[in-house]
Design a protein around this ligand. Sequence first.
Ligand code: DQA
Length: 148
Amino acid sequence: MARILVLHGPNLNLLGTREPGLYGSMSLTDIHQALVPLAAAAGHVLDTFQSNHEGALVEYIQQHGVGAALLIINPGAYTHTSVALRDAILGVGLPTIEVHLSNVHQREPFRHHSYLADIALGQVIGFGHHGYSLALQAACHWLTQQTG
Ligand code: DQA
């Protein structure tokens, strides 16, 4: 059994009502509720956290990252700005999968760069809320490979 962290950055608490054309109509609670049984079926547990504050996300990674097996993160706007989040992930050595609901590469140029892209195992981008279950599937597969 492994512990997988699922983190969400700023404004993702508004999912369901925030620009639904871009981000869909599922709330963060709905998304999390759909992930829990998928993780359980693979024998893993999920810890989830959302914050609008960069420091809170950094502290969460520092405090919970050490005992965890893997991080699935949608850093929201911090994707494009946060060296601190990148350093926190590197600092605890947490294998990471980056998720974005929208296809950031079809959007404004400032969304094309990610401070996590080159340190992540991989990215799931542009598949809306399905991206989280795809990331979890990839996480389970990756964890199986690690443990043999
Ligand atoms: C996002 C894309 C980011 O550019 C944006 O700031 C978000 C959401 C996504 O999931 O598509 O907050 O991470």
